[in-house]
Design a protein around this ligand. Structure first.
Ligand code: C2O
Ligand code: CU
Ligand code: CU
Length: 528
């Protein structure tokens, strides 16, 4: 049962009289009173989409269907290309054009509250999916915003208070792709040569049902499943021809970090990061991709034999954990990966004679320096810490509507932000591995995400750069592109420059290890 938006006011009048509530399955007076948002008729939308979150049964493994949560979508207005379905359990891919005005009718048909977040998009507070805007079953929240991001690969997912991890795990995620004129001029591979790959790890019961954990130790580390899904399926064989492709890769996992590499040792060519295309292509031996990060690859199969295969893997790596105190070694170790995991196999099934050439310049990007910052003496801290077996940011766990003085950001400013491990600041020598949970905290990587505008990474410093463990990951970071999520490894201190333009209000920053987020490793910036 959904309530058509135009009828909403009328509906509220009826329910106020107590006439209709009993006749509507799944809708009670209490739920209707608790929230939602109606459309603003003065907002002239170019594209309108209905997205419903609901329980569904889908085929993932051979045999029994799997019970999941799924976004199902319907295009109500706009170009047919605005919505493309993926066959698995993920939501439809939303394809938007920069400058478009978008209205999304979100209906919650789940047996629990839910809210949607447009990860990577620059939108006002009420459109950003802050958990304070969660709606109950039977309610509707209408999101309306103008797409003003650069062309790139973003995504949407549930962001419900203390339920983000379980809801995303059960399927509440999808891709959101932005295109623009500057990107079209590059004539990158498109259509069937532009392939999205959403990588997630899951575990299944004997009866093919999703299995989630949670002992305390697993929770502290975040969920790691034993089965890799690509686009919601396990049989990830992708037929390709002998030419160049664009791969849009999203790590949609709760906590697992991938070290992407080709099985035959071919280096990877990156053309995009989280929020946009790179200024120019970059070649790396492997790429570290943490939860919520995106990377776009240029893969050229020209010259490969028809009938041959190339497999994208997650290569073995170790988490730098040499500072850890006694007893915590196992935890640090478990966050790494001991053998190669296959992710997707590309089967070269056909020959074509021509292929686009990789442009040597992509989308220009001016590198920001201290001169571009509003107050270059001021550094906004994001201190990663731990107390009482829970992760914190700036010494606090999540508070729904509160912020600290240091979390206040003046509107329309550019800020230096330093992300570091509390107790492990640069220049303080060895980190305090001995103190209680400190060792375990220091041993963990944290993908830190900041809502709102994309930022630039200015520096990445490692206090233990010489360790052999760090050697297994250090060549896999792309710090030269637009980012909204940055992987902060143990012992690392990262400085970024981020704009806070256009919109006032509360905007989240948090660890995108979703178990960490749900344990409270999240805070608000107040922009105003
Ligand atoms: Cu993708 Cu606040 O999250
Ligand atoms: Cu986000
Ligand atoms: Cu974390």
């Amino acid at each position: 049962m959904t309530i058509a938006n135009s009828n909403r006011r009328q509906f509220l009048q009826y329910t106020a009289m107590g006439a209709l509530a009993a006749a509507l399955p799944g809708v009670s007076l209490a739920q209707v009173r608790s929230g939602g948002r109606a459309a603003d008729q003065s907002f002239k939308a170019d594209v309108e989409i209905a997205l419903t979150a609901q329980a569904a049964d889908v085929s993932i493994l051979p045999g029994a269907q799997t019970h999941v949560f799924k976004y199902s979508g319907k295009l109500l207005k706009g170009p047919q290309t605005a919505l493309t379905e993926l066959p698995g359990y993920l939501g439809p891919i939303l394809n938007f054009e920069r400058g478009q005005k978008v209205r999304i009718y979100f209906d919650n048909q789940l047996p629990e509250p839910c809210v949607m977040h447009w990860h990577g998009m620059h939108v006002p507070q009420v459109m950003d999916g802050h958990p304070m805007y969660a709606i109950h079953r039977g309610e509707r929240y209408v999101y309306e915003f103008e797409v003003n991001n650069l062309a790139g690969t973003n995504w949407y997912h549930a962001h419900t208070h203390e339920m983000t991890a379980t809801q995303v795990y059960q399927g509440l995620a999808g891709l959101m792709i932005v295109t623009d004129e500057a990107e079209r001029k590059l004539e990158l591979p498109s259509g069937e040569y532009d392939i999205p790959l959403v990588i997630q790890d899951r575990s299944f019961s004997q009866g093919n049902q999703l299995r989630y954990m949670m002992g305390m130790h697993q929770r502290m580390q975040g969920f790691r499943g034993d089965t890799i899904l690509v686009n919601g399926r396990t049989d990830s064989a992708i037929p390709v021809k002998t030419r160049a492709y664009r791969l849009r890769i999203l790590n949609g996992s709760n906590a697992r970090i991938y070290k992407l590499g080709w099985n035959d040792g071919t280096p990877l060519t990156a053309i995009g990061t989280d929020g946009a295309l790179l200024p120019k292509p970059e070649t790396l031996p492997y790429i570290m991709l943490a939860p919520a990060e995106r990377v776009e690859l240029w893969v050229d199969f020209s010259g490969r034999k028809v009938g041959s295969e190339l497999t994208l893997q997650s290569l073995p790596y170790q988490i730098s954990a040499s500072h850890m105190g006694g007893g915590m070694g196992m935890m640090g170790h478990a966050a790494g990966q001991s053998e190669a995991l296959p992710i997707a196999t590309f089967q070269i099934i056909g020959h074509v004679s021509d292929s686009p050439k990789l442009p040597d310049q992509l989308i220009p990007m001016r590198r920001w320096t201290a001169k571009d910052v509003t107050d270059s003496d001021k550094i906004v801290p994001i201190a990663i810490g731990m107390r009482h077996m829970s992760f914190q940011l700036n010494g606090r766990t999540f508070e729904m509507e509160n912020h600290l003085e240091i979390e206040k950001i003046p509107l329309n400013t550019m800020q230096r932000i330093r992300i570091f491990h509390e107790g492990g600041m640069m220049g303080r020598g060895r980190m305090g591995g001995g103190r209680g949970g400190m060792g375990m905290m220091m041993a963990q990587p944290h993908p830190i995400h900041i809502h709102g505008q994309q930022f630039q990474i200015v520096s990445r410093m490692q206090t233990d750069a010489s360790s052999s463990r760090y050697d297994t990951i250090k060549d896999g970071f792309i710090d030269s592109g637009w980012k909204d999520t940055v992987l902060v490894m143990p012992g690392e201190e990262i400085e970024i420059i981020k704009p806070f333009k256009d919109y006032t209000g509360l905007f989240l920053y948090h660890c995108h290890n979703l178990e960490h987020e749900d344990m409270g490793m999240m805070r608000n910036f107040y922009v105003g």
